[in-house]
Design a protein. Structure first.
Length: 387
C-alpha cells in the first residue's frame, strides 16, 4: 500500500495570478464546505476511491513579482465574474493568511542563475519546515515564456550547474524552478508551456532524488475539444483536410501571448494533437489575438473541413467561450494532490498518465481524452496497491 500523507504544501510560481488565486479560493471554499466540487476530475467515480490529500490539509504558498495582496486579487476576480463575491468576503482572513506565505522575487536574472535557484530552494525548504508539510508540490502557473534555446549544458547535470554559475542565462524560468524544486526535494508540475523539467539534466536530477513531475501546458479549452473531436474523425475514417483555429484572449495570458516569442511556445504546444491523433499531417493554421475587453475570459472558434464517402466535402464549426482560470483551477488542484500521493508512493520521473491534463504531455503521443482517462485511472489506482 502507498504511504498516507496529511499536510501537503502547494507552492505556486505566479501565486498572485488568476489561476493560482482561483485555485486557492476554490480549495479554501471546498475545505470549508462553502462550494461544491464541480470540475475536479478526482471526484469522478473512477478516481474517487483513490486516497489523496484532503483539501483541509493543503497549505498554500508561492512566489510572484506582483505585490498586489491576494485578497485584493480575489476581489478583482470577483468583480470580473470569475469567483463569487460572497466567497471572497467569507474567505478574506484565510486569503490574507495565504498571502503571508507568498514571497516576492525579482525578475529572472540574465546570469548567475544558480544563486537565484538557491534562493528558490531555500524558500521551499523553509516553507515545508515551517508549515510541517509531509510533501511540497511546486506548480508553475506563471506566464507563458519564449522557447528555450538549446545548450550543450542541458545534457549533463554537472555541466548544467557549471553553466548556471556563469554570466549568461542557461535556463528559462520554468526550468529554473524545476531545478530548484528538485534540489529542495519537491515534485514539480509545469502547467504552462515551456521547457520545464523536460531538459535531460533535470530529468536525471528528478530520478536521482526520487521525485515525480508532470507537464506541460494545461488542457482547458480549444485543445480539450480537439482531444474529443479528432478521435471521432479517426474512428469514423473521415479524412480531415484542414483545421483552422482562432483564439481570442483577454487578461494577463492574452497580453503575454501578444508577444510573438511567447505565442510560439503556446502554438507549438497546441499543435501536437492533430497529427499524432489522426496519423497524418493536417493544414492547421492557428491564430492567437489579444482582446483586452475579454478580461479573464477567452473565445475559440474552429473551422474543420473534412472529406467523407465518395470524396464529399463537409465541415464542422465550434465556438468555445470560457474562463481560463476557472477551467484551470480544479485541474491544478487535482494535479497537486495526485503528484503528492505519487511522491508518497515512491514514484519518480515523468508521470506520463498525468498527460490527461495537458496539451503537450510528456513521454507520450496519446492525445485521445478517453484513452488518457483510462490510463490516468489505472495509474492512480496503482498508487493504492503499490504496483
Amino acid at each position: 500500500m502507498s504511504a498516507r500523507i496529511t499536510r501537503t504544501g502547494v507552492w505556486f510560481v505566479g501565486a498572485r495570478g488568476s489561476v493560482a488565486t482561483t485555485a486557492v479560493v476554490g480549495a479554501l471554499a471546498v475545505a470549508q464546505k462553502l462550494a461544491d466540487r464541480t470540475g475536479l476530475v478526482t471526484d469522478l467515480p473512477g478516481l474517487s476511491g483513490v486516497v489523496l490529500p484532503d483539501f483541509e490539509d493543503l497549505v498554500f504558498g508561492g512566489h510572484d513579482i506582483d505585490p498586489t495582496p491576494l485578497p485584493h486579487r480575489a476581489e478583482l476576480l470577483a468583480d470580473a465574474g470569475v469567483v463569487p463575491t460572497a466567497l471572497v468576503r467569507m474567505l478574506a482572513a484565510d486569503l490574507a493568511g495565504v498571502d503571508r506565505r507568498i514571497r516576492r522575487v525579482p525578475p529572472l536574472p540574465a546570469g548567475r542563475q544558480l544563486e537565484y535557484a538557491a534562493r528558490i530552494s531555500h524558500d521551499l525548504r523553509e516553507f515545508r519546515d515551517r508549515e510541517g508539510c509531509d510533501r511540497v508540490v511546486v506548480v508553475n502557473v506563471a506566464s507563458t515564456e519564449p522557447p528555450l534555446a538549446s545548450s550543450p549544458a542541458h545534457a549533463d547535470l554537472a555541466a548544467l550547474e557549471t553553466a548556471l554559475r556563469g554570466d549568461s542565462p542557461v535556463l528559462s524560468l520554468s526550468s529554473l524552478y524545476a531545478y530548484a524544486a528538485f534540489r529542495a526535494g519537491c515534485s514539480f508540475v509545469d502547467f504552462t508551456p515551456g521547457a520545464g523539467a523536460r531538459i535531460p539534466a533535470l530529468g536525471d536530477l528528478a530520478e536521482a532524488n526520487g521525485l515525480p513531475w508532470a507537464g506541460s501546458d494545461g488542457k482547458t479549452g480549444e485543445t480539450l475539444v480537439k482531444s474529443v473531436l479528432a478521435p471521432m474523425f479517426a474512428l469514423r475514417n473521415l479524412r480531415v483536410r484542414s483545421w483552422a483555429g482562432t483564439n481570442l484572449l483577454g487578461g494577463g495570458d492574452g497580453a503575454t501571448l501578444a508577444d510573438e516569442r511567447a505565442a510560439a511556445n503556446k502554438i507549438a504546444s497546441k499543435g501536437r494533437l492533430l497529427g499524432e491523433t489522426l496519423g497524418y499531417e493536417v493544414d492547421a493554421p492557428l491564430h492567437i489575438d489579444y482582446v483586452p475587453d475579454l478580461g479573464d475570459f477567452k473565445t475559440a472558434w474552429d473551422h474543420i473541413s473534412f472529406e467523407g464517402f465518395l470524396g464529399l466535402r463537409m465541415s464542422l464549426q465550434f465556438t468555445w467561450h470560457g474562463c481560463d482560470s476557472a477551467l484551470a483551477a480544479p485541474l491544478v488542484l487535482d494535479l497537486a494532490r495526485l503528484l503528492a500521493q505519487a511522491h508518497a508512493a515512491g514514484r519518480s520521473g515523468p508521470q506520463t498518465p498525468l498527460g490527461f491534463f495537458f496539451k503537450d504531455p510528456v513521454g507520450t503521443d496519446e492525445h485521445r481524452l478517453g484513452a488518457q482517462y483510462e490510463s490516468l485511472v489505472a495509474w492512480a489506482t496503482s498508487l493504492e496497491s503499490g504496483a
